[in-house]
Design a protein around this ligand. Structure first.
Ligand code: SF4
Length: 242
């Protein structure tokens, strides 16, 4: 009796084909559910700058957007993450995810005046809030810092709508995330008006756990074999979890 042995490159190839096949099957199923969707697409939205905290939280949202013919542009901006090695791990996974789907991926961590992911600046911006609990005022400020950068990036790229994967996590307070996004859009538009106008931006406030996206996230986490972090991101959340 002969034994069929699959070489490692061959197994990787067929693994990728399986992921792509599953992805398109799932898109077809999601199209069927469209009429009952709890996710409301803003009027005229064809592209969205999606602030991404990590690949696992982006995966189901990106899939949903593509299935609804909305182009996602991933914006990875997370100066809250500590230490730098952890930041790099999450960033690499986010890039791998975008590359696997051929979608645009942007980040600003190398264009600033600080090295690494700008964590020193982030610490300065949450100064005095170190002892706040998760879902407290430090997190509100953290959301605002990241979403203001996303609003400015959307403006610079001429993209009207921006959204965030932070609004998909059951560990985060959705009201805080949405309030930060709306505040960030208002601030970016105010800055824009002072410069003489241009593209105004709108925050797509949405609960991204709806329509089965929470469950789909967990499936995709396994399919892609994403790195799955064990704490929110900053050193204060790390201390609590470890
Ligand atoms: S716990 Fe998470 S959301 Fe809150 S400040 Fe730290 S990194 Fe930001």
């Amino acid at each position: 009796m002969s034994t069929f042995v699959v070489s490692e490159p061959c197994a990787i190839f067929w693994g990728k084909i399986l992921i792509i096949g599953n992805f398109y099957d799932h898109i077809e199923k999601m199209k069927q559910k469209e009429k009952n969707s709890a996710i409301i697409i803003p009027e005229g939205c064809e592209r969205v700058l999606l602030h991404s905290c990590c690949a696992p939280c982006s995966s189901a949202i990106v899939e949903w957007l593509l299935s609804h013919e909305i182009e996602p542009i991933i914006y990875y901006y997370n100066p809250n993450i500590y230490p730098l090695e952890e930041y790099e791990k999450r960033k690499t996974e986010s890039q791998r995810h975008a590359a696997s789907l051929g979608i645009q991926w942007l980040s600003d961590d190398e264009s600033g005046e600080y090295s690494g992911n700008g964590h020193e600046t982030w610490l300065h911006e949450v100064n005095g809030l170190e002892h706040e609990p998760e879902r407290g005022r430090r997190c509100e400020q953290c959301f605002y810092i990241r979403l203001l950068a996303a609003a400015r990036k959307a403006q610079a790229c001429g993209i009207r709508y921006f959204a965030t994967t932070l609004a998909s996590s059951r560990w985060k307070n959705l009201d805080q995330v949405n309030a930060a996004g709306l505040r960030a859009a208002a601030k970016a538009n105010e800055e824009n008006a002072l410069r003489g106008g241009g593209q105004s931006v709108v925050f797509w406030a949405q609960n991204w756990r709806k329509d089965g996206l929470q469950e789909r996230r967990n499936q995709l986490l396994k399919e892609y074999q994403f790195y799955n972090q064990q704490y929110c991101g900053c050193e204060f959340s790390m201390r609590k979890e470890q």
